[in-house]
Design a protein around this ligand. Structure first.
Ligand SMILES: Cc1cc2nc3c(=O)[nH]c(=O)nc-3n(C[C@H](O)[C@H](O)[C@H](O)COP(=O)(O)OP(=O)(O)OC[C@H]3O[C@@H](n4cnc5c(N)ncnc54)[C@H](O)[C@@H]3O)c2cc1C
Length: 394
């Protein structure tokens, strides 16, 4: 039975550790009114064994021991780096685990463009896990399956947000020799319900179904990344992070899970073997290697992490970095983001009809972008008027 003093709405990260451990299967993971998945206990089936409380990483915080080392990295294969959000280290580590006949877990889209954890055991399928998806991923039964595979002696790479990795470690209860955990530096995770409304809004405007989504398209550069959406009717939508309403609502902290604003899993020291991040300050610290195609910041936390990283040395260009210098440019690694004053209102009011208008209202644009957008609107209006005059003359 989950402790009554634990405020599920504010504190729960939705990591699935309690759901996975329950011997009676009496915990369901359901969407709350903001669209975030949270545990709900069937009190009739519950035998009050307390296992759910004992694996909660919020109720039972662990000491994190290792001082990490930091490295700037770029995958040597250009196409792998372009498909990845930062430098393409995740794909190189995944390839290695699959060479060892292991399994890789990470976040992927399902056929409805919902984000959930999936496992991959072949080179051809790694691409489904590549790239950041700015939506909270559902773990489902992934912890349970990963434990079964580890117990049968398989190599497992499990990647996720820091709270998901903390939940996995609590659920497993011990470190398996063949387990490699990777967490990402995490800004925070947006609501799946808000993302669904955004997709519906785009589909309505394009009059077509979505076929492909990238939150981190690099055509306008890695630093000026964009949202790119392809549709069945071959239309393509592409807007930079300062223009796209969904990315603006995410980056201005308007759609994140409540627990993200007071995240307990930040810091240099982590529960994972390896932390992956964007090396945002690379142009200042190592200008020679910055080509704006993506550089990863890799933090190694354990002997397992170091060993696996050494095993991909041939696939990766790497340059040692100073941990505190590198993290100066990555505040999300150390501090929770500040909640937008419009967060609750936006999540409550947003629908697929008003998404774009409401996001532009609550989440500001840079002055340059605003001027450009207004100019484009004037040009469109003038062109339309000209067309109407032409038709009338005829
Ligand atoms: C929600 C979110 C917020 C982030 N915020 C920051 C930030 O503020 N600063 C920063 O430096 N980096 C952040 N990152 C991490 C960064 O964008 C890259 O994912 C990371 O550097 C790895 O890059 P890569 O090129 O090696 O691999 P990629 O192929 O780009 O990354 C793939 C990895 O990301 C995982 N992943 C993707 N989406 C999710 C998801 N929704 N939930 C859990 N895991 C997911 C996959 O499982 C896989 O392990 C964030 C990522 C996500 C998903």
């Amino acid at each position: 039975m989950i402790d009554q003093s634990f405020n599920i709405n504010e504190n729960c990260t939705g990591c699935y550790a309690c759901y996975s451990v329950c011997p009676q299967s009496c915990i369901s993971m359901l969407a709350n009114e903001e669209g975030f998945i949270s545990p709900s206990v069937n009190s009739i089936k519950c035998v009050r064994c307390g296992k759910c409380m004992s694996v909660c990483p919020i109720l039972n915080p662990d000491e994190r021991e290792f001082e990490p080392s930091a490295i700037a990295c770029q995958n040597r294969i250009n196409s792998s780096r372009i498909k990845s959000s930062s430098g393409g280290v995740f794909v190189a580590l995944s390839e290695r685990i699959i060479e060892l006949e292991g399994v890789v877990y990470g976040a992927a889209f399902n056929s409805n463009f919902e984000v959930e954890h999936k496992s991959v055991d072949s080179h051809e399928n790694i691409h489904i896990l590549q790239g950041s998806k700015y939506v909270q991923s559902k773990i489902g039964d992934s912890f349970i399956h990963a434990k079964e595979q580890l117990s049968s002696g398989k190599h497992v790479l499990f990647s996720g947000t820091p709270c998901q990795i903390a939940g996995l470690m609590k659920y497993l209860g011990k470190k398996y020799e063949r387990l490699l955990t990777i967490d990402i530096v995490c800004h925070g995770v947006p609501s799946p319900a808000v993302f669904k409304k955004y997709i519906e809004a785009r589909e309505r405007l394009a009059r077509s179904r979505v076929t492909e989504i990238s939150f981190r398209d690099k055509k306008m550069g890695w630093k000026n990344f964009s949202m790119r959406i392809c549709f069945e009717n071959k239309r393509v939508y592409c807007r930079s992070k300062d223009q796209d309403p969904y990315l603006k609502s995410f980056l201005q902290n308007g759609t994140l899970r409540r627990s993200c604003y007071a995240c307990r899993f930040k810091g240099e020291k982590r529960h994972s073997d390896i932390t992956l991040a964007d090396f945002w300050g690379v142009q200042n610290l190592m200008p020679d290697i910055d080509d704006d195609k993506g550089t990863s910041l890799v933090l190694l936390h354990s002997p397992t992490g170091k060993q696996m990283f050494e095993s991909i040395a041939g696939d990766i260009f790497s340059n040692p970095a100073d941990v505190s210098e590198a993290l100066k440019y990555n505040s999300a690694a150390l501090n929770s983001v500040k909640r937008s004053p419009f967060r609750d209102q936006f999540i409550k009011e947003v629908t697929n009809d008003n998404f774009i208008k409401l996001a532009h209202k609550y989440f500001s644009e840079s002055p340059n972008i605003r001027i450009r957008r207004r100019l484009l609107m004037v040009i469109k209006k003038l062109r339309l008027e000209k067309l109407v005059r032409k038709i009338r003359k005829k």
